[in-house]
Ligand binder design. Sequence first.
Ligand code: A3P
Length: 276
Amino acid sequence: FKWWIDLGKGEKSHLEKKFPSALIVGVRKGGTRALLDAIALHPKVRIVRRETHFFDSNYTLGFDWYRDQMPEVENDNEIVIEKTPAYFTNEHVPKRVYEMNPDMKLILIVRHPVYRTVSDFTQVYYNKLEQNKTLPVLSVEAFKTNEAGIEKINMEYKPMTNSLYDVHISKWLKYFDLKNFLFVNGDVFRANPLRELRKVEEFLGLERSITPSQLVFDYNKGFFCFRKTTKVRCLGLSKGRKHRSVSEDVVAKLSNMFEEHNQNFFRLINRTYSWE
Ligand code: A3P
């Protein structure tokens, strides 16, 4: 497997394309874009800006295609990171990543599953609104009554199943050790990005380089924005938008239904989150 490819025909260019050594695999709506933009503040990190979806939908396009999506690097000590949140929940991806690189560093940013679900639902809602489609109602979509008349999670509804972190991580743990993973706390990252970024730097084997002055809190947006050189960049309007309102009743139901999955997730990853 060739990791470094010459750009020119025959001639070696000083700019070369390099496959990623780390993937932000998810979770959708966990803060994946903000984390990628934030880690890109590090001088040794090169990122793939768009989601390549290589290991899920574009796998048949092959490794040459994947390499073409990569940014150019100047030095061997620069690392490339890609993020596609659909990787975390796609059952084919863990094996494919493992076969490409069993040492791949995997970053998963998780967030309180109830708020993640509401965020996911909000995104689906606005997508449907844009496409003039029938608008979904969370309390209708999220639950299904079983034969015994008990209300359960609707296992066909992605905004719900995407929050079953235990179900998805167990598929990854068939191929990768926990030490391949860094679990980032999305709720902490959002309020205090540097705390989580220090862990990412360490996990990637990079020296501490991102500084507080590169993280600029924007009071209008209510989120941190990022300064690479002089310009401060915030994420787009679809990130950090107002959630669809959900009744306390539905929130309580969601909390109850996720509880067992959360506990199972904590056991699998050997760490807990305070998701009361
Ligand atoms: P909300 O829109 O629900 O607030 P992803 O990029 O994986 O889709 O995640 C989107 C989420 O990132 C947003 O969810 C937001 O809460 C979170 N986030 C964390 N830090 C952020 C930042 N600095 N700017 C914007 N969104 C941020």
